[in-house]
Design a protein around this ligand. Structure first.
Ligand SMILES: Nc1ncnc2c1ncn2[C@@H]1O[C@H](COP(=O)(O)OP(=O)(O)OP(=O)(O)O)[C@@H](O)[C@H]1O
Length: 209
């Protein structure tokens, strides 16, 4: 279970943003909606342990994440949280498989080539395993981003505007893959977007004012 309690954040010289309390049960799929500037990215950073809020508490499966030391928080994030950004941030000098091996090693998990093949197969991108990111299409790169996010079977999968740079066909495919991949591991899925094409796929919505 993930919970957000009495969370408020303010950046230097800006007015504080209050986030209403939020409770998410394991395996639920949520849409995070909000106008530009309403605080979606801020909230995702708070939920993923990147940004400590000025006030309030964030719990992920009974762990109050901001009570962890920074070393333990890094490891917790690597093992429990997968993040998909609007654009894939892959390391250009490494192959797709090597990029995925790096994610296992950051989380201090053993190299697991079988798991890499399994994930790349399920995302229909195994043929690009030994290719470099610059040789992949935008849609293929987004599938690799999903592979990277799910490789360690995280309990929480978070996507920040995952479809906004894709055409209709790829946007639908990426959304279906996100739902399918989170379902495979019973992971909780949170997708932040203002892409109207994806709204209907979700039953739960958290809206920022
Ligand atoms: N590092 C920062 N320093 C100061 N103010 C910031 C910083 N990051 C965000 N803000 C401000 O906080 C508010 C929320 O920003 P945030 O990026 O979370 O919004 P958003 O909903 O993700 O917007 P968008 O949909 O346009 O990406 C905005 O007013 C923004 O200007």
């Amino acid at each position: 279970m993930i919970s957000l309690k009495s969370v408020v954040h303010s950046y230097k010289d800006t007015k504080p943003i209050s986030f209403k309390d939020w409770q998410i049960n394991n395996g639920e799929q949520w849409l995070l909606l909000g106008e530009s500037g309403s605080g979606k990215t801020t909230l995702l950073h708070i939920l993923t342990g990147i940004l400590k809020p000025k006030q309030g508490e964030v719990n992920i499966n009974q762990t109050s994440i901001y009570s962890l030391s920074s070393k333990n928080l890094d490891q917790f994030r690597g093992r429990n949280i997968g993040i998909i950004f609007q654009r894939p941030h892959l390391i250009k000098s490494l192959t797709i498989a090597e990029n995925l091996l790096l994610v296992q090693s950051f989380a201090k998990l053993p190299e697991d080539h079988k798991r890499i093949d399994e994930v790349l197969n399920s995302l229909d991108i195994i043929h690009k395993k030994d290719a470099y990111p610059s040789t992949l299409s935008q849609g293929q790169l987004q599938r690799v981003s999903i592979a990277r996010a799910v490789i360690n079977k995280p309990a929480l999968l978070i996507a920040d505007e995952p479809t906004s740079s894709l055409d209709d066909k790829n946007a639908t495919a990426v959304l279906e893959l996100l739902m399918e991949q989170s379902g495979l591991n019973q992971a909780t899925l949170i997708v932040a977007t203002h892409d109207k094409r994806v709204k209907d796929a979700f039953t739960h919505t958290y809206s920022l004012a």
